[in-house]
Write a protein that binds this ligand. Structure first.
Ligand SMILES: NC(=O)c1ccc[n+]([C@@H]2O[C@H](COP(=O)([O-])OP(=O)(O)OC[C@H]3O[C@@H](n4cnc5c(N)ncnc54)[C@H](OP(=O)(O)O)[C@@H]3O)[C@@H](O)[C@H]2O)c1
Length: 290
């Protein structure tokens, strides 16, 4: 099969790519930064926002896996997660055998968080496209949390959080999601399904600090920053950099509510044994990995 991966340089995309590279599929990856192609991976340089290019990228492809977001794109998430990805789906219709979309567990039309409404609309767009589809809805990636928070907390002995409410989050490893994605390819069990990827383990930031302390065998101070700073950043970036503002809006929501799903049925359905977030962080601490 010819597979086109959007977002193959991202935290999840890299894990998907490394699993796909061990199969017989022929893989193309879209990235805004040029890279040299290898024997079994063809790199395409391009921006999803360049909608005139979509047709060209889709030529001869059988499967699309979309693992992108536009938080850090100058045009923001309405453009990337919304308009351009939906146009891409329109162009894929009739050509692609299976479209796999990585959304997020909180995506829905009624959300007060803009990016989750946009992703919710994109999910509906895909369901109505007539293409065979699979949508995955994970909570926070364990690896993303480690990279931006856990590793730094261990190195500096300080962990920063906004607000003072102990919100709970669930964390899932990108290795487990990547395995689910590769097992879903052209799999009738996954056809036209929307899967939450849950975990029965949830952590507050206080729990995480304790955990990092046991891993690193040092004390870590939890520093609570006023939420007003997030509000300020949200308004400041709103017109200059909409994607960043949307990211801060999501962070604001997370400080109060957290993000979790305990729906783990997909693991049994696709025969994947999930890695625990704790084991991922422990291994990273042991090997000093990013
Ligand atoms: N991180 C989390 O905790 C989390 C949790 C739940 C759901 N998700 C969802 O999972 C998916 C992947 O997230 P991630 O954290 O792995 O992302 P990430 O590490 O931030 O990577 C984003 C990817 O999107 C690509 N991209 C961004 N804008 C693009 C554009 N205009 N054209 C082409 N490619 C573009 C980037 O490629 P280049 O920079 O190479 O162009 C990169 O590969 C997203 O849909 C996200 O919403 C993430």
């Amino acid at each position: 099969m010819n597979i086109l991966l959007l977002g193959g340089t991202g935290t999840l995309g890299k894990a998907i790519l490394s699993k796909l590279a061990q199969t017989d599929h022929s893989i193309s990856v879209l990235s805004r930064n040029a890279r040299s192609s290898t024997e079994n991976i063809r790199w395409i340089t391009g921006d999803l926002a360049d909608e005139n290019e979509h047709q060209k990228w889709l030529k001869n492809q059988d499967i699309v896996i979309a693992s992108v977001h536009g938080f850090f794109h100058p045009k923001g998430t309405q453009k990337i997660d919304g308009d351009s990805l939906r146009k891409f789906m329109d162009r894929a219709r009739g050509k692609i055998k299976h479209f796999i979309y990585i959304s997020i567990c909180n995506a829905n039309l009624d959300s007060s968080v803009k990016v989750w409404r946009i992703k919710g609309e994109t999910e509906i767009h895909l369901r109505r496209s007539g293409m065979d589809y699979t949508i995955f809805k994970p909570p926070i990636f364990a690896e993303t949390w480690w990279k931006y928070s856990g590793k730094k907390a261990i190195e500096t002995g300080r962990f920063f959080r906004f607000g003072d409410l102990p919100s709970e989050n669930s964390y899932i490893s990108v290795e487990s999601i990547a395995e689910l994605v590769t097992k879903s390819i052209n799999n009738p069990i996954a056809r036209d399904r929307t899967f939450f990827i849950g975990s029965d383990q949830t952590y507050t930031d206080q729990d995480l600090v304790k955990l990092m302390e046991t891993f690193a065998n040092r004390s870590i101070r939890l520093i609570q920053l006023p939420k007003i700073l997030l509000h300020f950043g949200y308004y400041l970036t709103r017109w200059i950099r909409p994607g960043i503002s949307e990211f801060l809006e999501m962070m604001l929501w997370l400080t109060e509510h957290g993000i979790y799903t305990d729906d783990t049925k997909v693991f049994d359905l696709l025969g994947v044994y999930p890695l625990s977030a704790e084991s991922v962080w422990q291994a990273k601490q042991r090997t000093k990995a990013e």
